[in-house]
Design a protein around this ligand. Structure first.
Ligand code: SF4
Length: 268
């Protein structure tokens, strides 16, 4: 069977967050029940993912706010055991509202050749700790970058409102034409949520909430033991080859020509 080499996969380790961004790409404020991944669950998910996938260039840990998961250190330690299959970097995305604990920083420092912290900066009234976190990362020589999500230049800093899940594209060629402008689809960024591998968090959310059906070949149930790893690999190859999915028919897409909204607007 063909080798499976992905560019990027994002692992969501918690749906808890201390911000309530109205237009969160992953719909985090709208979860009715929240969950933080424990270490056993993380081990199973990582083992299954790295059996299905041969290599990934960038493996990203996020949430919610991942530092709200009190098992972050243990999960990160487990992620680094797959070092050989992660070709470029282990990215860790945090929102600049809280300090990174020392033991997690020690771990990042130990693996600094492969670690990159991504600080989401939502402005000084929200990301209150970002300067302190940045100082600490600098001091320890840990690579980081800042994603700026505030200011008046919506073209560069704005977000997209994905909350309207109605059918947008009537036929497959229309949906495909739009999806082929979507940075998520074209970039082939995958996400792991609740033990399932999906093409994007919009697709995951729409399946989870019954807006679209769960369709074989449009996601991979990593933890489903009734399906062999060979079959999961086949499902992923099918996903990989799709130019669009059922979810894309309900989506404006992460496209350059879609109007932007002010980022990080907080719900009451
Ligand atoms: S068009 Fe929407 S559903 Fe399809 S890949 Fe892009 S963001 Fe995901």
């Amino acid at each position: 069977m063909n080798e499976i080499n992905l560019k990027r996969t994002v692992l969501n380790i918690t749906t808890f967050c201390n911000l309530k961004c109205k237009h969160c790409l992953a719909f985090i404020p709208y979860y009715k029940e929240r969950h933080s991944m424990g270490i056993e669950e993380a081990r199973k998910v990582l083992e299954a993912y790295f059996k299905v996938v041969d290599t990934v260039e960038t493996f990203t840990i996020t949430g919610g706010e991942p530092l709200l998961n009190d098992k972050t250190y243990d999960i990160m330690e487990e992620v680094y055991t797959y070092d050989e299959q992660i070709l470029k970097s282990v990215d860790f995305v945090t929102n600049g509202t809280m300090m990174i604990p020392n033991n997690v920083l020690d771990l990042f420092e130990k693996h600094k050749q492969k670690t990159r912290v991504v600080l989401s900066n939502y402005g000084e009234h929200l990301s209150k700790k970002i300067n302190e976190v940045e100082e600490e990362l600098k001091k320890r020589g840990i690579t980081y970058r800042i994603s700026k999500f505030y200011g008046d230049n919506l073209y560069y800093d704005g977000w997209i409102d994905f909350s309207d899940h109605s059918l947008k594209w009537e036929n497959e060629s229309e949906r495909e034409k739009n999806a082929q402008k979507c940075l998520h689809r074209v970039g082939k960024y995958y996400i792991i949520n609740e033990g399932e591998l999906h093409s994007c968090s919009r697709g995951f959310w729409r399946m989870k909430n019954g807006i679209i059906p769960k369709k074989k070949g449009e996601y991979v149930p990593l933890l489903d033991e009734s399906i062999s790893f060979e079959e999961k690999r086949r499902d992923l190859l099918t996903m990989y080859g799709l130019k669009s999915s059922t979810s894309c028919a309900h989506c404006v897409g992460l496209c350059n020509d879609v109007p932007r909204v002010t980022p990080a607007q907080q719900l009451d």
